[in-house]
Design a protein around this ligand. Structure first.
Ligand code: ADP
Ligand code: ASP
Ligand code: MG
Length: 404
């Protein structure tokens, strides 16, 4: 008998009919002689809606109360999924993150998992029940409800699969697998049969929301091989696993778009050693993750620093910049604008040259201006005007021959 973890995302449990569909699929899996743990998200839109309500009452809601609020979404779907299974005569029981012994640090809204005891999940499975686990949530050492960051149900699934040594972990969603680009944006994107953890992590961290980046990181660390597949058909999905030698033959395996970034220009900073250190240390201390950075050549003892941060951190970043250089503020110290980031990812970049040239050329031909560039061993990202974002994604996808 195999132990299978199946995670169903927000769209897959979006209404009563879809929950019935999930129940049928879980029943099929169990009838084939397997034990099944089902991890579910909140219905699509519910988490966003709860966040909007919180902000309508208070623009900076308390993070503990935020977690108390957001976990409601997943608690609805675990109970409904259990009821749908009961209606099919399948014994099933729901469990919250805390009941499954998912312990986290106390960092509300972005908690990290510290350990998983599993609670009575194994005993319930051995008693013949399907266990339905609330995604996205855990409990801190002092008993507070925590959440694992947006998209965190992916992490719940990978983590419970690792803790209970599941034979299979399936991330069931509203697309057939991981594609060479978001298929909603690039209609001729190709489904990948397999992809390495490292590439999946770079894609996820660069805006491909098909997997939460922390979930991929966890899977890589504990070597949990998982499959991203559809909740609505039985097509084979994409296997995410350790890098195989053959994967390096492919130079670029995917293109990602992140429209959730802001470009910040800190102007007229003192052009002397220590300025960048001071600025970026202050940003790091405020837990603001900076991605691309450009420093202009100084003039008259002043220089500009341009960098990108997640859009939701703009106001905090402004505070950090202005407070770090109180005497230099000349009225235009700080300026922020939306920026889109397009990234190409592939382990083959390690052994192939010319990737940046091809990327820049594709954008030049489409008359799309590049504002910022950053690179890593297996990724090149460019910052561009958000109005060009979709077109840029498509032309870059075509330039690397990724279309069907
Ligand atoms: P779930 O609610 O199941 O967690 P998400 O909405 O979080 O689903 O993630 C699935 C979505 O990710 C797809 O609908 C698709 O639009 C988007 N996506 C972005 N990049 C990719 C990609 N490279 N491959 C597949 N889907 C992608
Ligand atoms: N419901 C949570 C969110 O919207 C977790 C998830 O869907 O994975 O972020
Ligand atoms: Mg998701």
């Amino acid at each position: 008998m195999a132990l299978i973890v199946q995670k169903y995302g927000g769209t897959s449990v979006g209404d009563v009919d879809r929950i019935k569909n999930v129940a049928r699929r879980v029943k099929e899996t169990r009838d084939a002689g397997n034990q099944v743990i089902v991890v579910v998200s909140a219905r699509s839109g519910v988490t966003n809606d709860l966040i909007a309500r919180a902000r309508a009452l208070n623009p900076m809601p308390d993070e503990r109360e935020m977690d108390m609020l957001l976990t409601v979404g997943e608690q609805e779907t675990i109970a409904l999924t259990a009821m749908a299974l009961h209606a099919l005569d399948v014994p099933a029981v729901s469990r919250t993150g805390a009941q499954a012994g998912i312990l986290t640090d106390p960092e509300h809204t972005r908690a990290r998992i510290t350990s998983i005891s599993g609670g009575d999940v194994k005993a319930q499975l051995d008693a013949g029940k399907v266990v339905i686990l609330a995604g996205f949530q855990g409990q801190s050492a002092d008993g507070q409800i925590t959440t694992l960051g947006r998209g965190g149900s992916d992490l719940s699934a990978i983590a419970i699969a690792a803790a209970l040594k599941a034979d299979l972990c399936q991330i069931c969603t509203d697309v057939d697998g991981v594609y060479t680009a978001d298929p909603r944006l690039v209609p001729n994107a190709t489904k990948l049969d397999e992809i390495s953890y490292e590439e999946m992590l770079e894609l996820a961290s660069s805006g491909s929301k098909v997997m939460q980046n922390r979930a991929v990181e966890f899977a890589q660390k504990f070597n949990v091989i998982f499959e991203v597949r559809s909740s609505f058909n039985n097509n084979p999905g994409t296997i995410v696993k350790e890098e195989a030698a053959s994967m390096e033959d492919v130079v670029v395996s995917g293109v990602a778009l992140d429209k959730n970034q802001a470009k910040i220009v800190a102007s007229d900073l003192p052009d002397r050693p220590g300025t960048a250190a001071k600025l970026f240390k202050a940003l790091a201390d405020a837990n603001i993750s900076v991605d691309m950075i450009v420093q202009n050549i100084g003039r008259d003892g002043k220089a500009n620093m341009t960098f990108t941060v997640p859009r939701e951190d703009i106001y905090r970043a402004e505070k950090v910049v202005t407070e770090s250089f109180p005497d230099e503020a000349s009225g235009k110290l700080f300026e922020a604008n939306d920026i889109a980031k397009v990234s190409v990812v592939g382990v083959g970049m390690r052994s192939h040259s010319g990737v940046a040239a091809k990327l820049f050329d594709a954008l030049a031909v489409a008359s799309i201006n590049i504002q910022l560039v950053s690179t890593s061993e297996i990724k090149i990202s460019v910052g561009i005007d958000p109005k060009d974002a979709e077109e840029a994604t498509r032309v870059v996808h075509t330039a690397f021959g990724l279309g069907q």
